[in-house]
Design a protein around this ligand. Structure first.
Ligand code: GRF
Length: 191
């Protein structure tokens, strides 16, 4: 049985993290076992910390406020990731812009973004997409690259808009995230 190691980076609620844990952590697929060997957050108050600990997943807090530059923070982040030598690094609501210190060292990282990239990059993507005139909305999984939300698109899911309230719209976006992200991760690790 070969082991496929994952590291998850998160900053807040951690609902994507929990969804990935439920669907993939310690699960076997075609003779390969997926394991989240570590979760890392930049936010000591992130709700996701408790969620990961409930599943006995090691959580490391690297508070970005203790560093004077992005690069210094990224250096420590890279070291922490390299220690466990994962097959894949997953960004799940990780609200930090990563510098080339990260992207030149960690080549196997992916992110989920709550819009149909290349539209609505950056913060508040759900709000921007809700307020747009687009008749479809959705989510994107992409590789992490030097430029924010601009790496290779791996997969997307979308829905046709139906005059939803913002709350309904947001809920649909999150549902698509929970459906798509584990599938892409599994495909990358198992196939
Ligand atoms: C998700 O919508 C994700 O796409 C975005 O941040 C949100 C994180 O939510 N990057 P959660 O922490 O997984 O609940």
């Amino acid at each position: 049985m070969s082991l496929k190691k994952l590291v998850v980076l998160f900053s807040g609620e951690g609902t994507n993290l929990e969804n990935i844990i439920k669907k993939l952590h310690k699960k076997e697929f075609e003779g390969k076992k997926i394991e989240i060997v570590k979760a890392i957050t930049n936010n000591p108050h992130a709700k996701g910390i408790e969620k990961a600990k409930n599943y006995e997943i090691e959580v490391e807090v690297i508070d970005h406020r203790n560093f004077s530059s992005r690069e210094e923070f990224d250096e420590i982040l890279v070291k922490s990731i390299k220690k466990v030598n994962p097959h894949l690094v997953i960004l799940a609501g990780f609200m930090r812009i990563l510098s080339p210190v990260f992207t030149s060292n960690i080549k196997n990282a992916i992110n989920i973004h709550p819009s149909l990239l290349p539209l609505f990059k950056g913060a508040n993507a759900i709000k921007k997409s809700f307020e747009s005139q687009m008749k479809v909305a959705g989510v994107t999984v992409h590789r992490v690259s030097d430029e924010l939300d601009s790496g290779e698109i791996l997969d997307q899911r979308c829905f046709h808009r139906d005059n939803e309230s913002f709350e309904e719209f947001e809920k649909k976006i999150h549902q698509l995230e929970y459906e798509l992200y584990p599938k892409v991760i599994k495909n990358l690790l198992i196939n």
